[in-house]
Design a binder for this molecule. Structure first.
Ligand code: UDX
Length: 437
């Protein structure tokens, strides 16, 4: 099939490459000429394992191209909308400018029978509005809502082997013409047994926000337990292992630490609350306010613990922060709890050095006032305390004996509970975890 992917950011660039890998002819469209140039040269504009190799592989087949010209959408059977829906400035609601602009820009190039597929995360009700816009201009075109569940750091495999496919169509019927078209797009994952659910438009939109809200709630639940464990002298990591063995609960997403960040969970729960308010159902989601509050409290807690670890004052203390991205295997620093903690420590008088294997450039753009150091060894030199805030493999594998020879005082706060306290204490370190005695 010939496929258009509009918006070549995180979601779109990966989706375009994966659709070409599945055998389709794909044109990726973006307003940002630099991004288009990078992708055309098979360079990923952000760090994502496997993406660059995949771009090289599919571009050699001639099935993948990128352009800034929307007119190139003409002639495609399917048009994916993959633009961002950031949080509105000064508000909790989602900003739909990019989704609306992309749809309006695409409409003149639609032909009868074309399927427009929304993948962006949108407030419930958006798809029905876009469907009206499309159908009033081109009555024989259809809109499907097909939420995307990919995780950064695993984006390629999540797209090629999704754990489910959800198609939202007007009326929610399996017999809708667009269902067959999407089945052809996803023929390969469907053949390998990926479950596929057909729903109406609002249900499909809600699936995505509900899933992200559940994940955020799970993380805040275990972080609330960490607060209790701290108060009671208990160990949240063992608690998580023990409750996680109940398969109704499950161990995944029960890692207590400095909390969730990134371009999705924080903004999606806020936009969900804002939308519930507009629908007169705000009470249903007031618990998400608590989820958000527990999450933000983690950052303050780490600042306080660091102060304790440094003997009661942060003034002039040399603090080294290991990790700047919001999670490992990503250079994304949007709403990164690690960077937010680093900035708060610096504001309170500490001398902060941040190191990260991939995210330093993005971090420096967001927080130019912090000091950045690429080499872990140099960053460790003469530190009064280390803070492991993003659990990159390099930091999990640090040798506590070697590290002790570099720092000025062997004190470490493990913000992700990924180090072995026994090993670190044996090497002479004062070790603090979160929710661990
Ligand atoms: C998330 C959803 O997982 C994905 O399905 C959706 O499509 C987009 O949003 P992503 O933002 O890539 O994906 O990150 P995710 O792996 O969900 O992690 C989010 C944050 O939660 C990270 O900051 C991570 O460090 C934190 N986290 C995750 C925890 O603090 N504890 C956990 O147990 C798991």
């Amino acid at each position: 099939m010939r496929i258009t992917v509009i918006g070549c950011g995180y979601l779109g660039a990966v989706h375009a490459a994966c659709m070409a890998k599945l055998g389709h002819e794909v044109v990726g469209i973006d307003v940002d000429g630099r991004k288009v140039d990078d992708l055309s040269a098979a360079r990923a504009p952000f760090f994502e394992p496997d993406l660059e190799d995949l771009l090289k592989e599919v571009q050699e087949t001639g099935r993948l191209s990128f352009t800034t010209d929307m007119a190139e959408a003409k002639g495609s059977d399917v048009h994916f909308i993959c633009v961002g829906t950031p949080q509105k400035k000064g508000e909790n609601a989602a900003d739909l400018t990019y989704v609306d602009t992309a749809t309006m820009g695409l409409i003149p190039y639609l032909s009868p029978g074309d399927v427009v597929v929304g993948k962006s995360t949108v407030p419930v009700g958006t798809a029905a509005r876009l469907a009206n816009m499309i159908e009033s201009a081109q009555p024989a075109a259809h809109l499907v809502w097909n939420p995307e569940f990919l995780r950064e750091g695993h984006a390629v495999s999540d797209t090629l082997h999704p754990d489910r496919l959800v198609y939202g169509v007007t009326g929610g019927s399996e017999q809708h013409d667009a269902v067959q078209v999407l089945d052809a797009v996803y023929a390969s994952p469907l053949e390998s047994g990926t479950p596929r659910l057909v729903a109406d438009l609002p249900t499909a939109e809600l699936v995505k926000t509900a899933a992200n809200s559940f994940l955020a709630t799970k993380i805040s639940f275990i972080n609330a337990m960490a607060e209790l464990c701290d108060a009671a002298g208990a160990d949240v990591t063992i608690l998580a292992d023990a409750i996680g063995l109940d398969d109704r609960i499950g161990r995944k997403f029960l890692n207590a630490g400095i909390g969730f960040g990134g371009g999705c969970l924080p903004k999606d729960i806020r936009a969900f609350m804002a939308r519930a308010g507009e629908l007169g159902a705000d009470q249903a989601l007031t618990f998400l306010r608590e989820v958000d509050a527990i999450n933000m409290r983690r950052r303050t807690r780490v600042v306080e613990l660091t102060r304790e670890l440094c003997g009661g004052s942060l003034l002039g203390k040399r603090i080294t922060v290991l990790g700047a991205s919001f999670k490992p295997d990503s250079d994304d620093v949007r709403d990164s709890p690690a960077l937010s903690i680093a900035a708060q420590l610096q504001l309170q008088g500490a001398v902060v050095t941040v190191t990260d294997p991939e995210a330093l450039e993005n971090a420096a753009r967001r927080f130019p006032e912090l000091h950045y150091e690429k080499s872990t060894d140099i960053a460790l030199r003469r530190a009064d305390a280390l803070l492991l805030l993003t659990e990159w493999r390099d930091y999990r594998d640090l040798d506590p004996y070697e590290a002790a020879t570099l720092v000025s005082s062997p004190r470490i706060l493990d913000g992700r509970n990924v180090l072995d306290p026994i090993k670190w204490r044996a090497a002479g370190w004062t070790y603090r975890g979160l929710g661990r005695p």
